[in-house]
Design a protein around this ligand. Structure first.
Ligand code: HEC
Ligand code: HEC
Ligand code: HEC
Ligand code: HEC
Length: 166
């Protein structure tokens, strides 16, 4: 007859081994996740324009986003430093995120909400040219971070998915 204590300890050793294995997998996945986050940093609309001339021209001719930084600069004087930082979250590209906007002097190429506020950070795609490396099909979810419910109520309109793009 089997000793129940031995059986139990064999089981618990196996369970522990399984847990260690699972843990390794989790660490591996986490590392992969972090790596791909860091791989994808913001490059600015100029870089995108090198290959997507049509979208670039349209965007810079028609979208109000392109003048968005000038708009907050006009109001800067009346604001505290913290209030102004808040404006940067929506009126620039990637403020507070890896490779995102820092200041006009350090990151002039990101000083208005450009291609990457909708399509996501594009360094990987700009190098690989692979459509899978960039956010291609968008939903209104990608807009809500900036065109949030409060703003939609204030300005009384909700943007269409193509509106303000190109
Ligand atoms: C070196 C050239 C190059 C650069 C730089 C580049 N792209 Fe692309 N992009 C391509 C190619 C090639 C394709 C695939 C062919 C096509 O759809 O035109 C593509 C496709 C796309 C697509 C469609 C994806 C899909 O799912 O169909 C989007 C959106 C896009 N690029 C956005 C960007 C943005 C935003 C940037 C700047 C961050 C950028 N691209 C920079 C070459 C480039
Ligand atoms: C990073 C923040 C941000 C994201 C994300 C964003 N927008 Fe905007 N958008 C702005 C800002 C800021 C303005 C106002 C520009 C100004 O006038 O100063 C604006 C303006 C607009 C306008 C006004 C008209 C025009 O021609 O520019 C439309 C329409 C618009 N956005 C649509 C969209 C849509 C659709 C999406 C999602 C696919 C989106 N936006 C995502 C920040 C954002
Ligand atoms: C949550 C994102 C968000 C924040 C934070 C934000 N804005 Fe905006 N801002 C927008 C969007 C989006 C628009 C475009 C109109 C709309 O849909 O609300 C806009 C429009 C504007 C406009 C109107 C431009 C025009 O076309 O007439 C001005 C000016 C402006 N913002 C200044 C500021 C200032 C100054 C701050 C900081 C105190 C600020 N915004 C903070 C998202 C934001
Ligand atoms: C306001 C959000 C927004 C901005 C900013 C934006 N796009 Fe797009 N882009 C879109 C939408 C929406 C689509 C259509 C996606 C779909 O078919 O679901 C799109 C599609 C594309 C495509 C695929 C081909 C096409 O026209 O359907 C390319 C390439 C592209 N964008 C490049 C760019 C470049 C380059 C910039 C900057 C100069 C840019 N986009 C800025 C929202 C945006």
């Amino acid at each position: 007859m089997k000793n129940p204590i031995v059986v139990r300890s064999v089981l618990s050793v196996r369970r522990a081994a399984l847990r260690v294995l699972l843990c390794f997998f989790c660490m591996y996945w986490a590392a992969q996740g972090i790596a791909s986050e860091v791989d994808r940093i913001y490059v600015g609309s100029e870089v995108c324009g090198e290959c997507h001339e049509h979208e670039y021209e349209n965007f810079h001719t028609y979208a109000k986003k392109v003048h968005s930084y000038d708009n907050i600069m006009k109001m800067k004087n009346g604001l505290s430093v913290d209030e102004f930082k808040k404006c940067l979250e929506c009126h620039t590209t990637g403020y507070g995120k890896p490779g995102g906007f820092i200041s006009e002097e350090e990151t002039p190429h990101l000083k208005y909400p450009g291609c990457e506020v909708c399509h996501g950070p594009g360094s990987l795609h700009a190098e690989s040219e692979d459509p899978d490396d960039i956010v291609g099909s968008l939903s209104i979810k990608q807009c809500e971070h900036c065109h949030n419910a409060e703003r939609v109520a204030d300005f009384d309109y909700k943007p269409f998915i193509y509106g303000g793009a190109h």
